[in-house]
Every structure is written in C-alpha cells, then in structure tokens.
Design a protein around this ligand. Structure first.
Ligand code: GTP
Ligand code: MG
Length: 205
C-alpha cells in the first residue's frame, strides 16, 4: 500500500458529523491506551497522524482519516480506562454501537487487544457487538514486542478463547502486531485490502 495522502477529514460524536460520501470505511476499536492510534500510524507510515498520547481516554470522538482520497480509517474512542469521568464512560457505548450499526460505508472493523493480557469484559462486549451486527472484523493483538515470541502462540490462544474465536478460525481472525517494531504491518494490510475491493486506489501499490 502506498499512502499518498492521509488527512483528518472529520471528527464526530454523532452520525450527523460522519463523512457524507460513500468511500469505504475501516474502523479501529479497542481499550483506551491499547495502541489504536499507534497501529493506525504504523499502517499508514505516518509518525503522528492519529494522535497518540500517554493520557488514556483522550480520544472521545470518532476520528475519520481519509486515505488517498479512496477510503477512510476510523479511529473509534477507547473504552475501559478507570480514570475517565463517568459521564464520558456512559457516552462510549452508545457512540460506538451507533457507528457500528449505522456507519455508512463501514466495510470492516479491526478490534485491537493487548497481546500481554487476557481480554477484558469490554473487549468481549465489543466482539459480541461485531458478531451481532455482522461486521467483518479482524482481532489484532498489539504490543507484541512486550511478549517473548516463544509465548505468542499461547497468548493468542488465550485471547481467542476469551473472545470465543473457534480454533479453526483463529488463523483467519487474529494477528499479532507491534507498532514499535512494525511487526505485522504487512499481514494486517493483507487482511484489510480485500475489504476495500478491487476498484479502489487502495488495491494498487
Ligand atoms: P487512546 O486514544 O488514548 O485511547 O489510546 P490509543 O489506543 O490510541 O493508544 P496510543 O496509540 O496512543 O498508545 C498508547 C501508549 O502505548 C503509547 O505510550 C504508545 O507509545 C504505546 N504503544 C502503542 N503501541 C505499542 C506497541 O506496539 N508496543 C509498545 N511497546 N508500546 C506501544
Ligand atoms: Mg488514540
């Protein structure tokens, strides 16, 4: 994938603010601070297009990044950080569910979890919604650089079990990743390109 242009096209907390064109959208969702923005930046080869922070829970709107004027990467707000005000926590569920249900152009979702830890209740909830709304998705387990490669398979199995991913589907649904080491960048792109179809700029390069 050659990324020629990438820009923040919209930030919304309500469907009225979503982009009003028909370009395909790929959304990224996961716990606060799990590494969503870093993963988006690693895929795009940009250092800080999607903001990364050490202040978890700051991304409380849905950010739409338009890539090559051909498709969107959608950075969904993170969940599950204890210090986030209750009011903000209450908004997260409806905001994300509304997008997953109604998002025009949404062709697939990348659910991001932490390879180091068993998924949280909210990670399980998100996966349930993806199944319920019949959204195509991949689960990407990031921060793999923090786990010895010899332990990856065991950690991946724990994650698959907790998210009710059948063993036979694991290879087609779950990928290890590291934004720090740029590990898994090509594999994730390979997983996402089919969602964008063959007639977009995205498939060239
Ligand atoms: P919010 O938008 O605040 O919910 O966070 P986010 O999910 O976008 O996470 P972000 O990309 O901002 O990363 C959070 C922290 O994790 C930062 O300090 C990153 O440097 C770090 N981080 C992200 N990805 C990796 C990774 O693959 N490996 C390591 N070691 N650290 C990572
Ligand atoms: Mg972020």
């Amino acid at each position: 994938m050659i990324v020629r242009s990438a820009e923040l096209a919209a930030s919304a907390d309500h469907p009225k603010g979503y982009p009003d064109d028909d370009l395909p959208q790929i959304a990224f969702a996961g716990r606060s601070n799990v590494g969503k923005s870093s993963l988006i930046n690693a895929l795009l080869g940009r250092r800080r297009l999607a903001r990364t922070s050490n202040t978890p829970g700051r991304t409380q709107r849905i950010h739409f990044y338009r890539i090559n004027d051909a498709f969107y990467f959608v950075d969904l707000p993170g969940y599950g950080f204890a210090k986030v005000p209750l009011e903000v926590k209450r908004q997260w569920g409806p905001m994300v569910r509304t997008y997953l249900e109604q998002g025009r152009g949404l062709v697939g979702v990348v659910q991001i979890v932490d390879l180091r830890h068993p998924p949280s209740r909210e990670d399980g909830q998100l996966r349930d919604w993806l199944v319920e709304y019949r959204r195509r998705h991949w689960v990407v387990a990031t921060k793999a650089d923090k786990v010895k490669p010899t332990r990856w398979a065991a950690h991946l199995r724990t994650i698959a079990e907790a998210l009710a991913i059948p063993r036979e589907d694991e290879a087609g649904l779950l990928l290890p990743f590291s934004a720090l080491k740029r590990e898994g960048v090509d594999a994730v792109w390979e997983a996402l390109l089919p969602w964008l179809g063959s007639d977009t700029e995205a498939s060239h390069g």
